[in-house]
Design a binder for this molecule. Structure first.
Ligand code: PDD
Length: 285
């Protein structure tokens, strides 16, 4: 089967899907994106992802692009044409192509819209969740608007390479005062000794994760108490459980942070319970 990529109104074969060399996304990181999970052929939490995309575009003074109905069609058609049942769909929108200039191009310059879908076997993720993932920590080097989901992912890419070299699967960024902000591509959570879930408040220092929002809904449904407050890396290392959330990892227990085992060192049961309930509480459309 030939995989296809949606690009500016056309579905093109993978090897023939190109953006212009002077695309603002390429030259300035002037682009935003969303990663939406596809589960059993349905989009997971599409309304929240699309609301966040609209906000990212607004915050960067980009035009809103296609209508909501057109976005919905692009996502579904890309999933359908690539025959993805389980996996993810990736949507990226840049300010368009224009001669290189720090200032924005002429109003009316068309956005560059790219959508691709990828099949991912869910089984390895579930197997990993049985033992948990290892985390390393790094000082948070990113800009002050991490609430906007831009493609400026080099700090995360470098830190994740460090994690890989250390035999870990994710990095947690830590601010100057020792507080955990978030993961390289996920939100950070702990479970305290007294059984409260804690996650960093959704300020401009972190991405307001869609999975995070749905897990907060799960907590309400399951009667799990939670707090949105900052927590230090020292508190995390002595927590009963720790886990990460993202569209690509769902809810993933953490077994160790900087080689310090968390709980029994196999990932926690509360995290696994939330993971098991996640799809029944998310919006599948
Ligand atoms: N990353 N924080 C950061 C920095 C992220 O990049 C992500 C998602 C999240 C979790 O957000 P959500 O629950 O909406 O996926 C938090 C995506 C999956 C990625 O870049 O691949």
């Amino acid at each position: 089967m030939t995989r296809v990529i949606y690009i500016n109104g056309q579905y093109r074969p993978y090897d023939h899907a190109f953006v212009h060399a002077e695309d603002r996304g390429f030259q300035f990181g002037d682009a935003v994106y969303e990663v939406i999970e596809v589960a059993a052929g349905k989009l997971v939490d599409e309304p929240r992802h699309m609301a966040r995309l609209a906000r990212s575009l607004r915050e960067l003074h980009m035009s809103s692009g296609p209508t909501p109905a057109a976005w919905a069609l692009i996502l579904r058609e890309t999933v359908r044409r690539n025959r993805v049942r389980d996996g993810s769909v990736y949507l990226q929108v840049s300010r368009g192509a224009a001669p290189r200039d720090f200032l924005f191009p002429e109003p009316g310059t068309p956005l560059t819209v790219v959508c691709l879908a990828r099949a991912i076997d869910p089984a390895p993720g579930w197997a990993t969740a049985e033992k948990g993932i290892r985390i390393i920590t790094r000082p948070d080097p990113r800009w002050a608007r991490c609430d906007i989901k831009t493609v400026m992912l080099l700090p995360a890419s470098l830190a994740k390479e460090d994690a890989k070299a250390a035999g870990a699967q994710e990095v947690w960024f830590v601010d100057q005062d020792g507080y955990v902000t978030e993961g390289g591509s996920s939100n950070a959570w702990i479970l305290t000794d007294s059984g409260h879930l804690v996650t960093t408040p959704a300020t401009k220092a972190i991405l307001r994760g869609v999975t995070r929002m749905t897990v907060l809904d799960c907590c309400k449904q399951l009667g799990v108490s939670f707090e949105e407050r900052r927590f230090t890396i020292d508190e995390a290392k002595t927590a009963r459980e720790a886990f990460i959330t993202s569209a690509s990892n769902l809810v993933m227990p953490v077994s160790a942070i900087d080689d310090v085992p968390i709980g029994n060192g196999n990932g926690g049961t509360v995290a696994r319970d939330i993971r098991a309930n996640f799809h029944s509480l998310a919006a599948l459309t």
